[in-house]
Design a binder for this molecule. Structure first.
Ligand SMILES: Cc1ncc(COP(=O)(O)O)c(C=O)c1O
Length: 361
């Protein structure tokens, strides 16, 4: 079986894989509603969010569906959205705003560049109609962990602008201070730091953010967060859900609880990533970002001299390891390694041995 070092889908644990084989179930039956409610509660519990103020809305779809649901459902019609870009997924947020004709401004940065807080402050000063900022927490393009706390502090100076956070590749392994950072909502998925299967994504939303949308008409049918929340709060689901992937997510959440929560998952990822960074340093494979700017989930590295990504990928694949290319123009110069999923230190040690062998030849 391959060891996936790409940023999701992840190597599944035995018990999550086995959960996929649970009995057939109709999404209109009580058993499914109990499963859906349990998942919704456990998602809130990861960050100790009280259910009176916060809600988890769970959909069938990949992470992008949660991003699209959040952006289209939570920006009121007469206000403006500011989107921060410093990678592919920030740029995807802009694409979503454009497609749905949501009034927005963009604060653009090169991929991996640190967010310019002075420019952010200036934009907020100039565009008084901005009500929300959309930002990616962990930009998987480069492994850059954006400093949401600093952004939130600036927002507080500007009539408490709230945040819409893409936490697709950070939820469950990085710190998210929902209340302190004035997060209106965050979007994420089952198949990254939660170790579930692709097919379920979710939005964690502040209930006030939903009630302030009463005057704005729906921009989509399938991804309408307000309708979804209403249905799920009333023990229903608006559309057919992907039952087996719900079973897997439920099991994966149980596993995270038994591990002791997101802090322990972070520790595990950090220790595996540190091992990779240390060994790579000896091999003169340099990281693209300093450790303190990188997430614990994924780091990017310059390709070793004289070896193309394709060759490195193909040689590693022959030995059962899947690495991930850089996106767009970065494909030629760097590659990415993620330590998500049911991966052990021994897997990483074997991976390093294979890399050493490839570099020798
Ligand atoms: C930060 C971030 N946002 C959004 C997405 C999109 O998720 P999906 O491919 O599941 O739609 C990804 C996928 O890697 C991601 O890393």
């Amino acid at each position: 079986m391959n060891i996936l070092l790409n940023p999701g889908p992840v190597v599944l644990s035995k018990r999550v894989r086995e959960a996929l084989l649970k009995p057939d179930l109709c999404h209109r039956e009580l058993e499914f509603i109990e499963l859906q409610n349990k998942i919704r509660n456990n998602l809130l519990n990861i960050y100790k969010l009280p259910a009176e103020k916060w809600a988890a809305v769970v959909f069938t779809g990949s992470g992008t569906s949660a991003m699209e649901s959040m952006i289209t459902s939570l920006v009121p019609i007469h206000t403006k959205l500011l989107i921060i870009e410093n990678g592919v997924y920030g740029e995807r947020l802009t694409k979503i705003a454009k497609i749905h004709d949501i009034d927005h401004v963009v604060l653009h940065h090169e991929w991996g560049e640190e967010i310019n807080l002075t420019n952010l402050n200036n934009e907020l000063q100039y565009h008084k109609e901005i009500s929300h900022i959309a930002v990616v927490h962990h930009e998987t393009t480069t492994g850059c962990l954006n400093n949401i706390e600093k952004i939130a502090n600036i927002c507080k100076k500007h009539k408490n602008i709230s945040l819409l956070v893409d936490a697709v590749s950070s939820f469950g392994a990085e710190e998210l201070k929902f209340e302190k950072w004035n997060i209106a909502a965050c979007a994420s998925t089952a198949n990254k730091c939660l170790h579930g299967v692709p097919g379920v994504s979710f939005v964690i939303t502040n209930r006030n953010a939903i009630s302030s949308m009463a005057a704005t008409s729906a921009r989509t049918l399938y991804l309408n967060l307000i309708d979804y929340l209403d249905a799920q709060d009333n023990n229903k689901t608006p559309f057919t859900q992907s039952i087996q992937t719900f079973y897997a997510l439920d099991e994966a959440l149980e596993e995270l609880i038994e591990l002791g929560g997101w802090e322990n998952r972070q520790k595990k990822y950090r220790s595996l990533m540190d091992l990779v960074r240390r060994e790579f340093e000896n091999l003169k494979i340099n990281p693209c970002l300093n450790r303190d700017k990188s997430s614990c989930v994924l780091n990017s590295f310059y390709l070793p001299e004289g070896i193309s990504y394709q060759k490195l990928h193909d040689e590693l694949k022959k030995e059962g390891f899947i690495i991930y290319a850089g996106q767009g123009g970065l494909k030629k110069s760097f590659f990415r390694i993620s330590c998500m999923g049911d991966i052990l230190e021994d897997d990483i040690k074997r991976f390093i041995l294979v890399i050493k062998k490839i570099l020798k030849n």
